[in-house]
Design a protein around this ligand. Structure first.
Ligand code: MF3
Ligand code: CO
Ligand code: CO
Length: 272
């Protein structure tokens, strides 16, 4: 029996066993494969409800379970966040226009393990400012993952993301964060996308969590719409997000949600 089995840190963060990585890898790949396959359906004139309907069908056809349908009353297999929507966009009758940018976030359950990932897409032709925002957001996530290794802290991850984004004169959203996950959707800790070096819990082998920075072209403040769900930028500036689920290894991090077809970035984003 692995001595790490079932251990929680004093911050309530679960330390998983070596065998658990395989479960997360399979669930993460399943979620990422859905995003790989939805790109061809992100088209001018398409509604976000139709994209979600196709995702729901894919989840079902692949023998997966949606983690979001029924979660806190949510009724969809994805969140689709267009333009100034920061996160938690609800699929609906909104029809995509040329140049719209959107984050599609899918979480599935496979053999009890949660795979949670999101990435950016464009309908039609990608504008220059949007392309730059999306590039910076992707690279900020990867800078955060680079900082994810034993001996570093969660603050080191946030610091890496924040300093990278702010050096590009863009802003990091403070109101939403990444999260622990595993056999549950959301668990400690809150993974902040800003912070100071050396602060927060120490990273340990066996921790599983997401990093999912939201970056705005304008100010960082958000507000939640009257639907009590959709978060938008207060200043209506464009917002982008990428999300990976990772596991801390002896020497660094394993990305569980790697795209099987290598389409995470920038496959579905062709600049003008
Ligand atoms: N997948 C989102 C996350 O990254 C959570 C969506 S919850 C939902 O944590 F209910 F809005 F779908
Ligand atoms: Co998440
Ligand atoms: Co997600």
């Amino acid at each position: 029996m692995d001595e790490r089995k079932g251990r929680l840190t004093r911050d309530g963060i679960r330390i998983h066993e070596a065998a658990d990585f395989a479960g997360m890898r399979a669930a993460g790949a399943a979620a990422a494969a859905i995003l790989d396959d939805i790109g061809q359906h992100v088209l001018v004139g398409q509604s976000t409800a139709e994209i979600d309907r196709i995702i729901t069908q894919m989840v079902h056809d692949r023998g997966l379970t949606s983690a979001t349908i029924g979660y806190r009353g949510y009724r969809h297999a994805s969140c689709i966040s267009v333009n100034h929507v920061v996160c938690h966009g609800i699929p609906g009758d909104k029809v995509l226009k040329d140049g719209d940018i959107l984050n599609i976030d899918v979480t599935v359950i496979l053999d009890g393990w949660y795979g949670d990932t999101s990435r950016m897409f464009v309908a039609g032709t990608l504008g220059r400012k949007a392309a730059r925002l999306i590039e910076v957001t992707h690279d900020a996530l990867m800078a955060g993952i680079e900082a994810a290794r034993p001996g570093n802290t969660f603050g080191d991850i946030g610091h890496a993301i924040q300093t990278f984004v702010e050096a590009q004169r863009m802003s990091v959203v403070r109101d939403f964060c990444g999260h622990g996950l595993g056999r549950v959707f959301h668990a400690p800790p809150n993974v902040l996308h800003y912070g100071r070096k050396g602060t927060g819990p120490l990273l340990e082998e066996g921790m599983f969590f997401t990093i999912e920075p939201m970056v705005n072209l304008g100010r960082p403040e958000t507000k939640v719409l009257a639907d009590d769900w959709t978060a938008v930028t207060r200043d209506k500036s464009l917002s982008a997000q990428f999300e990976h689920a990772i596991g801390i290894t002896a020497t660094g991090a394993e990305i569980f949600t790697l795209s099987p077809a290598d389409r995470f970035y920038p496959a579905d984003l062709r600049p003008a």
